[in-house]
Design a protein around this ligand. Structure first.
Ligand code: ZN
Length: 239
């Protein structure tokens, strides 16, 4: 393991694949890493149960990371359900809206998450926020774009009057490359952990096990994860 960055990190950790890879990435880099999750009454609340399992398995299987893994925080953002009225928090069908965004979009969700995470980081003496936002092959959420995140870094650093770095290690990776990054960080064991213990399905289903993990296999999140896994395996010649 390379010499650790002495800064202390807070990972926005949902219990899904992307944020789990971000957590591994942060544990590989920073001396001290804490995690924060948000309960916004999401329909896929099952992912909140996955969070503790993933943390426990990461610590058990990667002792070098266990030494760096600090506390977990769960913030109650139930008010997002009042604002959102989207398919992620209510029982509506997931569909594309006229503006080209799927109706899973809670407006500005990541801006809110980052603001709460920054306040928590300030209280905890943490100076790096790590998030799984990604511009590539996703749904075009404007609050996931690189420039949005860079603007947030500046606004939060100014508003808190303390240097705060926003790291987004997945920003320009395809889903296949995200599986590849996990492989580089923690080998086959990390990708097996991700397939078994992380949650992605928008519908919150864990009934069926595919080679890429559990889910309904049909919703946009499942299809994206399945396609990424297939492309990654094909790129390694193991399809
Ligand atoms: Zn699904």
């Amino acid at each position: 393991m390379s010499a650790a960055d002495p800064r202390r990190a807070l990972v926005l950790f949902s219990g899904g694949q992307d944020s789990t890879v971000c957590l591994a990435w942060a544990l590989e880099r920073f001396e001290h890493v804490e995690t924060v999750g948000f309960d916004y009454r999401q329909r896929h609340r099952i992912e909140l149960d996955c969070r503790q399992t993933v943390r426990r398995e990461l610590a058990a299987q990667f002792p070098r990371w266990a030494l760096r893994l600090g506390g977990d925080h769960l913030l109650d953002l139930a008010l997002l359900a009042q604002i959102g009225d989207s398919a992620l928090t209510t029982e509506r069908a997931i569909e594309m809206q006229a503006n080209g965004l799927p109706n899973t979009f809670v407006p500005g969700r990541n801006l809110l998450f980052l603001s709460f995470a920054a306040a928590l980081a300030y209280r905890r003496g943490l100076n790096v926020l790590v998030g799984g936002m990604c511009e590539t092959d996703y749904s075009g959420y404007p609050d996931c774009r690189d420039n949005t995140l860079k603007a947030m870094q500046l606004a939060l650093s100014l508003g808190l009057d303390t240097p705060l770095t926003v790291e987004t290690p997945l920003m320009f990776l395809t889903k296949a490359q995200t599986w590849g990054l996990a492989d580089a960080l923690g080998g086959t064991a990390l990708n097996a952990l991700i397939a078994e213990h992380t949650h992605t399905c928008y519908l919150g289903e864990r009934g069926r096990r595919f080679d890429w993990g559990y889910g309904c296999g049909e919703c946009p999140a499942c299809q994206l994860r399945a396609a990424g896994h297939a492309a990654w395996r094909a790129s390694r010649g193991t399809a």
